[in-house]
Design a protein. Sequence first.
Lengths: 262, 426
Amino acid sequence: MVRPFRFVASLPLIRLTGRSASNVVELLGHLRGATDAMLSYQTYEYHREYPWLGARYPSRIAYWVSEVLRERALGERLAMIDLRTTAGFADLREQFVSMIDAYLNGKPTVRDAPPGLELSFCEAAGSLVPTGRTASTPDEFLSGLEVSTADEVFHHLIEARWPVHTVEHDPIWWLEQGGHAAMAERLRLLQPFVFTLEELRVRAIGVFERDALVARIARRVSAYPVQTPVKGVLERFAFFHEAREVVHDLFRTRRQDDRPAR
Amino acid sequence: MISSVLEDKTTARLDDYAPLIGRARVDQLRLMGEALRGRTIDMVSAGRFGGTDAEGLDGMITLLNELGIPTVWEVLEGDPDFVAVTDAISQGLQGAPCPLTTAMRDRWEAVTARNIKALALEADCVIIHDHQPIGLIAARKPGRQNWLWRSHVDLSAPDPAAWEFIVPYLRQYDGAIVSAPSCALPVSIPQFLIPPSINPLSDKNRELSRGFIRQVLHRFGIEEGRPILTQISRFDQLKDPFGVVAAYRLIKKRHNCQLVLAGDRSADDPEADRVLDQLREDAGNDPDVHIVELPPSADLEINALQRASTIILQTSPSEGSALTVTDALFKKKPVVAGSGGGIALQVIHGVTGIVVHSVEGAAYQVTWLLDHPDLARNLGRQGYRHACEHFLLTRHVQDYLVALIELRARTAGRKPIILKDGTGRR
């Protein structure tokens, strides 16, 4: 039996290193020696700080190269480095480095950032604070998600999916362990870096609400005999979204189950 | 005095912030307070009024005490000679030449020694604000206390003499807190980025009645109904007031606007006197340039001036915390600003405000915003969201608590809970 899911808030603490880049050449130099915590600052913490920018640029590096340096071609390429499919920080570093290296090959000059707009290489650290709220069922998880802070949403829907973090904080893992594979898969399909944290929360709630809705409809539908005309049943669920499709599927499944085996 | 008739909300409690930050975040702060319950904090600054260090400390201390973390605020006792020394160092840390004579150093050491005896400095964590009290580190009790140094100014290009003066003290601290990544200090002590914050419920930021705002405008001869461009900052060359006037002259060719340069001015400030004289000369007979001198406690008047403004300017090339920008963002005002220091975290060009690098740039962008009021309003709304999410007092308190957790772990010889560098379990 899987343990209850525990809601945890991820609270950031940014450490300064004094390192900064004024142009793409310096950026490459810093990236080669960047620690994982520095890369986390450029990606995850950037998304937390500027969620509405994150929808356009998935990393601070891509934003800075495009909008500050105006090296647009490189910025577009860097924007395609997808954090969701990166295997870890080493892989992320390698992708950034090889892309910038290739761009600089044969490029005679680079632009400098205006004074004050250099790209800083800070390190992301912080603490996890248990909230005391737990969930034993998807319904309880939904209730917890509805009242979570942005720091909890950030940790559970974005950070916890990163390979280095504690698996018990990942709601996808928790759902899979609890036998809710379909719901886990729908949650996995959410793209965390194209939404603000609030939009991400709403969409995640939608995943749970859909399944809760299906379960609720299924309980009600089970009270009707299999021969009941679907149209009459549908009228009772007219206010549910996708009710027609759900009810058809449920009745189709029940009729198949009732068919005598050959 | 106008200020006295309105309600004082500087002692707001945690629940009072819930409408702005949400109940969940209030509960989260309470949980963190429980984790640190019993730890004591001593905040030390050079004064209770004026300057970024004093702003917000009242509200922060109220919240920390409410969270079960006893916090006191001690103020350095000085004299005019000591103030002259610290002013020189302040200018030096921000880049001006800073010749420090033997007499000045002796004065510094004497006043610092006197304060070490007079102040309690007993808390588990002592947080020293800015350079004036930095020498108090001699009172630290090793192994029993954590001392943090909180810088509120941009130290990215200090005068070498000023920097060499404070570095021996700074190296003894357990850590430093700065307001922006560009303010990183060239010393090998842990440095944390904790942006400054505003108290949304203070006199400087709370809602005001239209009637009160109108009273303030009338008091300073500013007309309603015409665009008002405002810069709020002390009268100092470093704040680029002359650049703002030059930009205004360019904007005036297209829009019949008014310029308000408002700031506090403490007594015996020769720099402010010089700047004010020059500004008045620059303004000449222009009735639409309003140079408004305010006492340090005129928060309601500053609030009213910002709320009445069409566009807020802060074009200084070098800034520390830039809280006047935060105040403006919180009031949903479009902001046109330089890129120095703390401004860079707050004003994201084209999203939460406009960043400029020249007088002509400021004039162009302000003119464009006046020509496109809908887009200006949109900038203001985005800026407000950004300010609420990242620059309110409650976030600042949270950051301090996380820093205390980190320091406590280091002092106990435990590895802090670090999430982001691959050391988590899987």
